[in-house]
Design a protein around this ligand. Structure first.
Ligand SMILES: [Zn+2]
Length: 245
């Protein structure tokens, strides 16, 4: 026991650990502190933080974590829906890119006037310099998002008026780790990357964030409201996870 305590002092701060649960490995960061019970948190970045009482042994911690593993995995899976996982893109002619859930192929056309437009199955990129393709395509996605998201949000915001809530603003901003967020002041922020997903997925994220105007936490009441406002939300959440994985 004495030795264990000393070890803990040596590892002051956080220790990186893992447990095996079935075929899954769960990485977690362990911190010992002056507390009575074991606390487990899954952050929106899908990190698992474990706070343990100073007196607890590793075996007991692992045992408890294994019991909680289904819950941890469920939390991580939930947050993964809000993580755009971008695959490396080269922005060359013929490469497939998504827009509103459909696949298009890039066609780079040398042109003195720069611009991007949808034409049949193609995303046509007119540019005097092929090096500019990436910048032009990303800019095009953002401009499409700025046009589509307010239009898609409008009827949903209208529906939420029966709860006497409305967002204080709708913003489109690139976020590394999330599809959407709702600030404590009721501002809704959407990731322009969402424009790559089907309409239902975009509506799901908007509905999810609007539900946060009423319930801040992801508790039972939150999910009840979300299911009431979008009965098939799980289908769209799943699509979002698969499509942009
Ligand atoms: Zn949420």
């Amino acid at each position: 026991m004495e030795l264990l305590k000393r070890e803990k002092e040596v590892y002051a701060g956080k220790i990186n650990c893992q447990i095996q649960f079935g075929s899954k490995v769960i990485d977690y960061r362990l911190e010992f502190s002056d507390r009575k019970t074991l606390g487990i948190t899954v952050t929106p970045n899908m990190e698992v933080l474990v706070k343990a009482p100073l007196s607890s042994g590793m075996e007991k911690i692992q045992e408890k974590l294994r019991k909680k593993a289904p819950w941890i995995l469920k939390q991580q899976q939930y947050f993964s829906a809000f993580h755009p996982k971008t695959t490396e893109r080269k922005y060359v002619s013929g490469e497939t890119h998504l827009y509103m859930g459909r696949q298009y192929r890039l066609k780079i056309i040398e042109d003195s006037k720069a611009g991007v437009k949808l034409k049949g199955q193609w995303i046509e990129v007119h540019t005097p310099n092929a090096d500019q393709t990436k910048k032009l395509v990303i800019g095009w996605y953002v401009s499409r998002a700025k046009q589509k998201f307010p239009a898609l949000s409008e009827p949903i915001i209208e529906r939420f008026k029966k709860y006497n809530v409305a967002p204080s603003g709708l913003h489109i901003r690139e976020m590394a780790t999330r599809w959407g967020s709702c600030t404590s002041k009721g501002k809704i922020i959407l990731n322009p990357e969402l424009i790559k997903a089907p309409r239902g997925c975009i509506e799901y994220v908007i509905t999810h964030e609007l539900c946060h105007l009423i319930h801040h936490e992801h508790n039972r009441k939150f999910y009840e409201l979300q299911s009431r406002e979008m009965p098939d939300w799980e289908k769209w959440k799943g699509k979002l996870e698969r499509l942009l994985a």
